[in-house]
Design a protein around this ligand. Structure first.
Ligand SMILES: [Zn+2]
Length: 249
């Protein structure tokens, strides 16, 4: 193994391949995927079956000595993790389509502002998590970023003021950097619970906002739902849930 990196939400393992150059093992863990390093993997291949094990990889050095391995598992019945073995990460269409990484130095306020302007009247929540526009932000962290930036999830992108754009970019960076530094200091067993515990609004419907004490609300958005704080983000206005109002009509 030569390197492990990240491209958006994809893990990219650079492996020493044949004499024709390195190969890349690319894994997208989706919502319920999990990866676990094993120091001394068993030489007996796993039994195929209905268990959560999706992939087992064993790594060896140039002499053929096994140096470790990984198990990739996926919980639940909805299987959506994706695994690729490619010569070039750009051969994975989801990676080729990735927008710029907001943690990269090239992601300047000007770049971000251009993205917002070209998104026009689209709602900021949807634009933040669209991987082809900005790489690496999902449903949970887009809720956290918008709360930190004190912005309504439904604010139209191009209408954001210069001050709001600066605030939002700062929130993107601080939320993502905090998530990464928390994760790199965590034991695997506590990673999920620590991620949950660090959330201010995401997944906390009905609880108190840690900033102002207002009740965190939930509203449907695209294929799922989002959480926000009315006092911090929408001037105290509780957003109507379109799913709910359709039922009531
Ligand atoms: Zn609040």
């Amino acid at each position: 193994m030569e390197d492990v990196g990240r491209q958006g939400k994809y893990l990219d393992w650079t492996l020493q391949g044949t004499d024709r150059g390195p190969i890349h093992l690319i894994i997208h863990l989706s919502r319920a995927g999990w990866i676990r390093w094993i120091d001394s993997p068993s030489s007996v291949p796993p039994k195929p079956g209905s268990g959560p094990l999706a992939l087992r990889v064993t790594f060896s050095d140039i002499t053929g000595q096994v140096v470790g391995g990984v198990d990739v598992t996926e919980a639940g019945t909805r299987k959506s993790l994706a695994i690729f073995v490619v010569k070039d990460p750009a051969d994975v269409s989801g990676i080729a389509r990735l927008g710029p990484d907001p943690l990269d130095a090239s992601f300047t306020p000007e770049v971000f502002s251009r993205i917002l302007d070209s998104a026009g009247g689209k709602q900021i929540k949807g634009v933040l998590r669209r991987q082809s526009v900005i790489a690496g932000i999902g449903n949970a962290y887009s809720d956290e970023i918008l709360h930190a930036a004190k912005l309504s999830p439904f604010a139209p992108c191009s209408k954001l003021s210069p001050e709001q754009r600066i605030e939002l970019l700062g929130a993107i960076r601080s939320v993502l950097f905090a998530a990464i530094s928390r994760a790199s200091g965590s034991a695997p067993e506590t990673l999920k619970s620590e991620k949950k515990a660090a959330m201010a609004v995401h997944g906390r419907t009905g609880e108190k906002c840690p900033v102002c004490g207002d009740v965190v609300r939930e509203v449907s958005f695209a294929d799922s739902s989002l959480q926000y704080c009315p006092t911090c983000q929408t001037g105290g206005k509780v957003l109507a849930d379109r799913r709910l109002s359709r039922l009531l009509r």
